[in-house]
Design a protein around this ligand. Structure first.
Ligand code: RB5
Length: 147
């Protein structure tokens, strides 16, 4: 499975830890930056990861900023993206099972690295349940088409 990672300066350090964690577990990585802790603007990185997912360069994305809020909002502006900001592994599992989220968003100033890895693992190992959730996710896509 190939994962796109993107972060601003607030998420840079956590992105590197997640990258190491995922490479060790055999995932392929597309690193969309940023490449240092110099201040940058999060929308670019949310958008890059969103595009990589929609263009099927990768299977899933992970975006990180200080709170996870700005970068998740940015990623969700890419048509077809369902980015879910999660602060625990239950949310991450549900984001996949019920919402068919294709991007996980994390706040590096909100969750510590240990919890972040649990959240990442929960997100990447869960899968969409389908059934009634398909109808609801399809409704979101319809709203998006007509927005
Ligand atoms: C950057 O200081 C911070 O605003 C950003 O990382 C993020 O938290 C925005 O939502």
């Amino acid at each position: 499975m190939k994962i796109a990672l993107g972060a601003d300066h607030g998420g840079f350090e956590l992105k590197n830890k997640i990258k190491e964690h995922l490479l060790y577990r055999g995932y392929e990585i597309l690193d969309c930056g940023t490449d240092s802790d110099q201040s940058v603007d999060y929308p670019e990185y949310g958008f890059k990861v969103g595009k990589a997912v929609i263009e099927k360069q990768v299977d899933m994305g992970i975006v990180i900023c200080g709170t996870g809020i700005g970068i998740s909002i940015a990623a969700n502006k890419v048509k077809g993206i369902r980015a879910a900001l999660c602060t625990d592994s239950y949310m991450a599992k549900m984001a996949r099972e019920h919402n068919n989220a294709n991007i996980l968003a994390l706040g590096a100033r909100v969750v510590g690295p240990g919890l972040a890895m649990d959240i990442v693992d929960a997100f990447l190992t869960a899968s969409f349940s389908g059934w009634r959730h398909t109808r609801r996710v399809d409704q979101i896509s319809e709203f998006e088409k007509n927005a």
